[in-house]
Design a protein around this ligand. Structure first.
Ligand code: NAD
Length: 256
């Protein structure tokens, strides 16, 4: 029986958008549990800094330049990770972006960017990596959606649509890949203290305080709050868990 701390020993993980924020915390946690981790991000310098920090703790990590909106890039990154670290056991689709504004003020150009990063990015990475997992009849895919995708969120209509899309897509992929013993699950953060939230809410810090008061645990999330849930779903402890959606949001959303 593996101990909790070494349950990802010998595993290879790729985490998209892991240069900072929630992805970074997830990558650090997977590494702490024994995985070799690829930090895949458009922010190449920051990705390298995160990888270096993980290496300094004695774990294996590399930075990989990846724009999740481009399918060819996802294929190239996946091949590179397999060449450098070995077969990918764990894919964490975490890269995301949003711009808060009322839907009626938003432009089709903004929709395209939100859809490309938040929804198509997940399709690209799953399409690039799932066949490799399929060939080995093993793998764990965890996608980071949002409570916005479960219950909606004012100012985030297109983003919420993408996150809801990730949930439907993941449940379907979970069904298609179950025969290959690949688990596909979704983690939904609530408002979490990262650059994304800071930028989205710039000038509206009062709203953040009010939001925190509405959370049963009376605080916003920290990136580290998400990491344990992802590590569980990436581990053999979750071998019999697939097609599930787990909110990690201090009780803000208690969706059925
Ligand atoms: N912070 C929150 O309140 C919150 C709430 C719900 C869901 N989420 C989700 O959590 C995930 C992580 O968000 P975060 O808050 O840590 O944001 P963040 O902005 O701190 O980090 C996002 C990372 O994704 C990377 N990224 C953006 N576009 C990319 C692309 N095209 N290709 C590759 N990488 C790209 C960024 O460079 C960055 O490193 C996202 O999917 C986000 O939608 C966040």
């Amino acid at each position: 029986m593996p101990t909790a701390i070494s349950r990802l020993q010998g595993k290879v993980a790729i985490v998209t958008g892991a240069a900072q924020g929630i992805g970074r915390a997830i990558a650090m946690r997977l590494a702490a549990e024994g995985a070799a981790v690829a930090i895949a991000d458009v922010l190449e310098d920051a990705a390298e800094r995160t990888a270096a920090e993980i290496r300094s703790s004695g774990a294996k990590a590399i930075a990989v330049a990846l724009d999740v909106t481009k399918f060819d890039d996802a294929v190239r990154a996946a091949d590179m990770v397999e060449k450098e670290l070995g077969p990918i056991d764990i894919l964490v689709n975490n890269a995301g972006w949003d711009k808060l504004e009322p839907f009626v003020n938003s432009s089709p150009e903004t929709w395209d960017k939100i859809i490309a990063i938040n929804y198509r990015g997940v399709l690209n990475c799953c399409r690039a990596i799932a066949p490799k997992m399929q060939a080995r009849s093993s793998g764990k895919i965890v996608s980071i959606a949002s409570d916005a995708g479960r219950v909606g969120s004012t100012g985030e209509a297109v983003y919420a649509g993408c996150k809801a899309g990730i949930i439907g897509f993941s449940k379907t992929l979970a069904r298609e890949l179950a025969r290959n013993r690949i688990n596909v699950n979704v983690v939904c953060p609530g408002p979490t203290k990262t650059a994304l939230l800071r930028e989205a809410m710039a000038g509206r810090e009062g709203v953040l305080e009010a939001m925190a008061k509405g959370i049963p645990f009376r605080r916003l999330g920290q990136p580290e709050d998400l990491a344990g849930a992802v590590a569980f779903l990436a581990s053999s402890d979750a071998d019999y868990v697939t097609g599930q959606v787990l909110s990690v949001s201090g009780g803000l959303t208690m969706a059925g």
